[in-house]
Ligand binder design. Sequence first.
Ligand code: FUC
Length: 806
Amino acid sequence: MKRFFRYVIFSFLIFNCFSNFYAQEDLKLWYKSPARDWMTEALPIGNGKIGAMIFGGVHKERLTLNEKSLWEGGRGDFSAYNSGIIEGGYKHLNEIRSLISEAKYDEALTLGNRYLVGDNSGYGAYQVFADLILEFNTFGKRVKNYKRSLDLETAIHTVEYQLNNTKYTRKVFASYPNNVIVMEIKAEGDDKLNFKLKLDSPISTKSYRKSLGLGKSSYKVKSGRAISIISESNDNWGKLTLNGKLLNNGMEYQGVVYLKSEGGEIGADSISKKQGKKSLVVKNAKSVLIIFTAATDYLPKYPNYKGNNFIEKNRVAIDNSINKKYEELEKIHLSDYQKLFKRVSINISNNKKFNNSCTTEERLKNFNKTEDLSLIDLVYQYGRYLLISSSREGALPANLQGMWNNSTAPPWSCDYHTNINLQMNYWAAEVSALGECHKALLDYIPTLVEPGKRSAKAYFNSRGWVVHTMNNPFGFTAPGWDVRWGFFPAGAAWLSQHLYQHYLFSKDINFLKNSAWPVMKESSLFWLDYLQENENGVLVSSPSFSPEHGKFCDGSSMDHQIAYEIFSSCIEASEILEIEPEFKKELEIAKEKIAKPRIGSWGQLQEWLNDWDNPNDKHRHVSHLYALFPSNSINNLKLKEAAKTSLNARGDSGTGWSIAWKINFWARLKDGNRAYKLIKSLMNWTNQKTVSMNFGGGLYSNLLDAHPPFQIDGNFGFVSGVNEMLIQSHLDNIEILPSLPKSWKNGEVKGLRARGGAICDIFWKNGKLTRLKISSIIGGRYSIVYKNCVKSIYLKANESLILEDF
Ligand code: FUC
């Protein structure tokens, strides 16, 4: 141990440290032309429930709208829908286990694919809501000074341009407190606003779409919608109401657009001769305020998932908003949004401004040449922006595309994949001071327990609950319909870990007792029953499938690591809560018997109990390193070396999320330069939209991450990776700048959270920590680590301390 820190300033009051409102310049994405493509160019806004991708067209504006619960699937037309469960699978479990123990893996797979699979009818898919279209009568006029931008500081999207002597401005944001999307359009100059507004909904008649097509049984399901659009108008206001019903499952929904104009008049018009008056026409207005809201009848309640009073909710949202001026609505929105967003500022670039005349797309395209570090700041804050926009309390969690979707048959149903993707969406939430956004997931997890218990009984005759590779908002907890990608009972315990992590960051004991413990306990019960003792007295998972990779076998390391982790968390929680000592004892005994991580013949960390790893294998899933990240049990030198060997063999390519995961791994291995290398490959401009399973990654021009296609986990996993490079608190300490790359010479990050309720502001120069401000929300002892220095400090609740000269 070298030098101790020198204390400079002692405790000052919380007002100072928790009003941490950090302002940061240049947090804008901007472009010189309208978006031509939804996936790669349009820009997202959202409030967790409703959202839009904005194109920013001059003569025709288009907002592709979403409401996060608009899903086909579940009950309804499929009255037989049973959370995907096919009953009776457990009767074949022993036979499958015996075949596996005799190494008859192919035979086991045949039986597994017959009895341990789920029913895909009723799985459904997330549905696009509608397009809001504005057609201006300006066609043919020459456009000058066009700019569209998304300001991350305000979450406001702006389009500006000039036609002749008139300047047009459109501002759009999604307000969480008012549950509306607000758009203000202004014309300043000689001309006024003249446009037609309509809602374009996909297919309003019965149709069919193909199912996921991932499994063996590609089949057709009823799709389409019954829709009616009503228009109302008076002199200076107008309203369009879209009432819809999904023909697939009878889900009812409604969207309302309300318009108010200053000057001019508003009337109703027909879209086509046949259709009647279904659009609104604005004539000669100086400015127009547009308010949109939407809701469905979905409720996250097993087994019917219905009952939301959506019409009343829409009425309240519209009524609460239409009598307010734009400025007032903006103020309410900003105070909500900035409370979350401004908690963290990051300045890896040390204020080195990049040439501001470059658009975001140009900066991205040049990133690998210029090493424009301020773009890392931007992509980092964009990830936080995307989480605030797609994940708020009271709504479903962020799905594979956050909440943005322009299709009725999106990739992977735009669902909740629980063998990496959903969890990765939330890796950054706590450290990046967005615990409130985590709540959407934390409230969702318990809704899976009841159907998940039925799945555990049906397939394994066991206690506890399971969720496998993926699920939908209708409690789909069965395995997928092909064991080779769909079998992964560890999804539930992995999700439960998010509840425990929320406790570790917040130290909210009531949350631990009432929300986390019951779910965690059920996850442990499953693993107590599921693990099989082998001839050496070791507990092994059987059958098991390392996510989407290898054989249907026994002993995938990831299962063991997840079981070990949930047992450990339950043991700790029972100590903290002082409950269930007998259960704790049972877990302690079992935990010690679980198969431990093994090092194989070429020095790798084994993915399975058997030494099957192939050094040339580049598979995107790196599941056997779960214990390195997000878990924390790969700590000793030998295991770390083995993890490195495995990672080096897998290489640095992969899909978007796979590259993001590797940033986190290398950060945990304290190799900042390698983590940065992966950041560079994640921040590589791409426009590839078709699915690629092994290689890909990159960012589109709108900075959304490419699996490809667009999948938001890469954006969130990136934020987590940067966090892990700057601060780690997964062991009983807070380690500052554990993985700083050489080229991030000078910089600062403020507001990052560490476990134990700590907030850290970190400053560095010439690659060395120069200043650390640590504040505590709840008070406690913290062990601070920087390189070889270790210092134990005690802070009262709401106290701060500044440490300098390390
Ligand atoms: C998992 C991954 C795929 C994709 C899908 C949504 O199955 O293996 O790469 O991300 O989820």
